[in-house]
Structure formats: structure tokens, C-alpha cells
Design a binder for this molecule. Structure first.
Ligand code: ZN
Length: 344
């Protein structure tokens, strides 16, 4: 089969012919239809410090996918061939206290599809049946290709009650934009999204027209806040940028007792006055992955009840043209880039 492989410990990815993966008794073989390129895949492409430390070579990359079940292992009864599916890209162990208590997303032994174990940028993917999520008929295969990051957005946005709240989102990357869409769907009042990339803020306006985009190099957040009559500060903050200036600005614009959920992964440590958190009585929550499988249930339910993030797709390409996809992702001008694995 064709697969996109990190074949050498240098920048780049290579389309190769490799054997179809073996399927164990508890596994499912999926014919991949659509995948989406994630920031994680770009890290692996670039072969940065994180990738060098975490990704063994060679490795089939990719973890955002939708496809159709081709075959199931002998012990698998919950799902069957022919079902349209996506799946959780975190493969958990069975030993940790968290897993034994059903808190799968907190398992310290988690392995990542397309990071530590063979991934989804291929014609066929094998994952444990446990990880497979069937798609409702009204959820498109293109959407299935990026349920994984939508799940990050849903997990972050649903960390706190949003109904009637004023919400500040720092970072208008694809997950920040999806978090804005989810926040709107959940009934927030004002949604303000900051970034310093005009292309991303423009894409935000396309996907979530009722969110307020703020270019923080050109506009003062105090002015925006005054204009919207958010007199005491934002009730909820969703930190999606991993950028120190954005996070510091967020803290300064929160209401007393405000709540912040953090998904954006900083590239380096923050130099932060902890007193600024304490004096505002801020609650901070770190978000990792998706809750298995409550986040999946909620996002599919929201997609079935009007949540629409399809305009986030900026590029649709045959998998054979993956290089173009990675080039636009690395330019920072793309939303979601969908690769079609029925055209390799
Ligand atoms: Zn991803």
C-alpha cells in the first residue's frame, strides 16, 4: 500500500510502498478515505527537537482520519466491516490507575497513532477496536478527517460553563477557530479571538462570523472590551496559542475569579508573575487530547445539531499531492488541508 513515511531523520516526508499492516484479534483494519494535516505532522516533517525526541524512524505519520472498516479481528463485535468511522489517535494501556478508573485520556502510558505507532497517512490503518468511533450518517467523511482537532477544541471549550459568558480565545489557528465555533454553539455572549496573523483572523471571520477578531499588534484589547461593554473582564479564557504575550494579556483581561483552559503548548517556559493569577483568583486547567469517549459523543452531537466548521477546509488534495499540502501548512496560511487517500 501507499503510505506517507518519515523515512529518514531529516526534514521531509516520503510516499512509499509498504506492506499492509497486520491485524490482531482486538484490532480493526480501516480503508482510509480522507485525512487532515495537523501541526504535529508539520513538527514531524520539519524534524524539530520535539520530533527528534519522540518519533522513531521509519514511521508512518498522521492521526486525523476518516475511513471505512475493511476487516475486524476475531474478538471484535462492537463494530463491523462497511461502517464509516473515525477514531481516537491516543492508544491507551491497561495498567495505570487512570485507565482502571475509566479516565482513559489521563493514561501516562498513552501511545500516539502516527507518532509512536504507525499512522493514518496511508491507504490502510490498523487501530484497536476500542479506539474506533462510528460516524452518524449525516457527518461527512471530510469532517471525519478532522474530528481529532475538533475534539481538542470541544474538550477545551467544554471545560467550563459557557452559557451567557464572555469568552476570550487567544490564538486563531484551526483549533482556536473551532473553539470559537463551539463556544458560539454553547451559547456564549461575546467571543473575542486574538492573533497576530491576519490570514488566520480572516479565516475566523469566514467560519465564525459572530466572533470578534482582534489583531493585537494593531488593536488595543481594552478598546475592544469597552466597545463590547465587557466591563469587569472575560469570564472564560481559552488559551490556544502557546504564546507567552497572549497568555499574559489573557490574565490581565479576565474577570476576578475567571477560569482559563489551556491547550496551546508553549515552545519554551513562560516568565510569569504568579501573583497576577493569585490576585485575580484565576482557575487554570490544562487540557490534553480528548476525553474518551465523552468528547467524541459531544462533538458528534453538536455537528448533528448545527455546529458547522466545514469552511475551515482551505485545501482539498489527492494524497499524491501531499507536498503541496505540507507547503501550505508550513506557510501558516492554511486552515485544514484534506488529503484524499482514494487518489494516491
Ligand atoms: Zn492532530
Amino acid at each position: 500500500m501507499k503510505a506517507l513515511v518519515k523515512a529518514q531523520a531529516v526534514e521531509g516526508l516520503w510516499m512509499q510502498d509498504i506492506p499492509e499492516p497486520d491485524i490482531g484479534p482486538d484490532d480493526v483494519l480501516i480503508r482510509v478515505h480522507n485525512t487532515a494535516i495537523c501541526g504535529t505532522d508539520v513538527h514531524i516533517y520539519n524534524w524539530d527537537d520535539w520530533a527528534q525526541k519522540n518519533v522513531p524512524v521509519p514511521m508512518v505519520v498522521g492521526h486525523e482520519f476518516g475511513g471505512v472498516i475493511e476487516e475486524v479481528g476475531a474478538n471484535v463485535h462492537r463494530v463491523m466491516p462497511g461502517m464509516r468511522v473515525s477514531g481516537e489517535g491516543h492508544v491507551v494501556g491497561e495498567k495505570s490507575r487512570a485507565v482502571r478508573a475509566g479516565r482513559f485520556h489521563l493514561d501516562p502510558d498513552t501511545k500516539g497513532v502516527g507518532v509512536n505507532i504507525p499512522g493514518a497517512f496511508a491507504e490502510y490503518l490498523v487501530i484497536p477496536a476500542f479506539n474506533v468511533v462510528p460516524l452518524p450518517d449525516d457527518v461527512a467523511m471530510e469532517q471525519a478527517a478532522f474530528l481529532d482537532p475538533l475534539g481538542n477544541a470541544v474538550h477545551t471549550a467544554t471545560a467550563y460553563d459557557l452559557t451567557g459568558e464572555d469568552v476570550l480565545i487567544t490564538g486563531a489557528g484551526p483549533i482556536g477557530i473551532m473553539a470559537a465555533a463551539v463556544t458560539r454553539h454553547c451559547g456564549a455572549r461575546h467571543i473575542v479571538v486574538t492573533d497576530i496573523n491576519p490570514d488566520r483572523l480572516k479565516l475566523l471571520e469566514t467560519v465564525v462570523p459572530t466572533a470578534v477578531p482582534v489583531h493585537t499588534m494593531k488593536e488595543d484589547l481594552h478598546d475592544v472590551q469597552a466597545h463590547l461593554k465587557i466591563t469587569e473582564g472575560f469570564d472564560v479564557g481559552l488559551e490556544m496559542s502557546g504564546a507567552e504575550p497572549a497568555f499574559k494579556q489573557m490574565i490581565n483581561h479576565m474577570v476576578m475569579g475567571g477560569k482559563i483552559a489551556m491547550l496551546g503548548l508553549p515552545g519554551q517556559p513562560f516568565n510569569l508573575d504568579m501573583g497576577s493569577l493569585i490576585m485575580r483568583a484565576i482557575t487554570l486547567k490544562g487540557i490534553y487530547g480528548r476525553e474518551m469517549f465523552e468528547t467524541w459523543h459531544k462533538m458528534l452531537a453538536m455537528l448533528q445539531s448545527g455546529l458547522d466548521v466545514s469552511r475551515l477546509i482551505t485545501h482539498r488534495l489527492p494524497a499524491a499531492e501531499f507536498q503541496t499540502g505540507f507547503d501550505v501548512m508550513r506557510s501558516g496560511k492554511a486552515g485544514k488541508v484534506i488529503l484524499d487517500w482514494t487518489k494516491v
